[in-house]
Design a protein around this ligand. Structure first.
Ligand code: UDP
Ligand code: MG
Length: 324
């Protein structure tokens, strides 16, 4: 039996990019079907992440034109990771394999052939990995690579230079559904599910149309999310730092008592100020990091739904619950 593939594509305000890239995805899907790699029942599933422009109308229009296009709509914007999650959770009941990919045409769709082949060869997860970062600015390349290294150092098993272009089987997704956390960083979570996995290398291009939704601030927020939702090492680090500074302070106390006993104490205003500022700064940073984790716990215990699907372009036959 040929596997049913669902290509899951998050879209947020993509009215410019969708008309350009949707036919490319369809052509790829047709090719995979014609090659006999996947079933005729395979689909392209757009996930509208609460767009404010014409994106949903475009998706509805596409689904009327060709049965291979389908779409779901989130009740509001919840961010890229949640949009991908919504699509994957919806698709896992309907197909055998999913491939998640951005809708802007940056990721090379031709890597899908190899991904499907790897699946047919027995892999349950296939990571799409960029083979170079030539299209990035020096700053983006440097910061991204340092970030992956940092994640590794913190014990997070993120695949180097892999973003959210990946094939995941529905078998893995059914297990993944039990990862109930609200703070999600998908690329770091899938390695935790296990199963046989591999990587496929591809070249990443410039965005074909529209604009990026990840300015520096949002990118930093995602990077921070990755660290704090997958690793508690920063807390261990600040404990270590605290011990180190306590030790230094102890030495400092002995030194200052000895100096004053020897009668050599001088009014050291600037040294005192420096020490106070330094320790105060470090304490605030440590408190901030602890606060971030407490904030995460707060969000987790509320256990709000991670996505809510408000509309579908197809009949929801089995009337599954919309929220997870
Ligand atoms: N996206 C989304 N919700 C958001 C922001 C972005 O679904 O709140 C989608 C967007 O439509 C695109 C993908 O996530 O398909 C990646 O976004 P983008 O291309 O803007 O990021 P970049 O490639 O510049 O990092
Ligand atoms: Mg992009």
């Amino acid at each position: 039996m040929k596997p049913i593939l669902y290509i899951v594509i998050p879209c947020y305000n993509e009215e410019k990019a969708l008309p350009v890239t949707a036919p490319m995805f369809l052509e790829k899907l047709d090719m995979l079907i014609r090659d006999g790699r996947i079933s005729e029942k395979s689909r392209i599933m757009f996930v509208d992440d609460g767009s404010k422009d014409d994106t949903w109308n475009i998706i509805s229009g596409l689904s009327g034109q060709d049965e291979h296009y389908i779409g779901i709509r989130q009740s509001r914007n919840r961010g890229h990771q949640n949009a991908v999650l919504a699509g994957l959770m919806e698709a896992k009941e309907l197909c055998d394999i999913t491939i998640s990919i951005d809708c802007d045409g940056q990721d090379d769709i031709n890597a899908m052939d190899k991904m499907v082949d790897e699946y047919l060869g027995g892999c349950e997860i296939v990571y799409g990995v960029r083979n170079n970062r030539d299209t990035d600015t020096f700053f983006k390349r440097f910061s991204a690579e340092s970030y992956y290294r940092f994640l590794r150092a913190l014990g997070v098993e993120a695949v180097f230079n892999h973003a959210d272009y990946r094939l995941v089987s529905s078998r893995v997704l059914k297990e993944f559904a039990d990862f109930k956390e609200v703070n999600i960083f998908l690329r770091g979570l899938f390695p935790l599910v296990g199963f046989k996995s591999t990587s496929v290398y591809y070249e990443r291009h410039e965005r074909l149309a529209g604009e990026s939704h990840y300015p520096l601030v949002k990118m930093l927020a995602l990077a921070f999310e990755g660290i704090t939702s997958l690793s508690v090492k920063p807390i261990h680090l600040i404990t270590g730092l605290g011990c180190f500074i306590a030790l230094l302070s102890f030495v400092g106390v002995i030194w200052s008592v000895s100096v004053s006993l020897l009668g050599k104490a001088v009014a050291g205003w600037s040294s005192m100020t420096c020490i106070i500022c330094f320790i105060g700064g470090i304490q605030l940073i440590c408190l901030g990091i602890l606060g971030e984790y407490i904030g995460k716990i707060y969000l987790e215990v509320k256990h709000r739904p991670r996505y809510i699907i408000s509309e579908r372009t197809y009949e929801d036959e089995d009337k599954r619950r919309d929220t997870v």
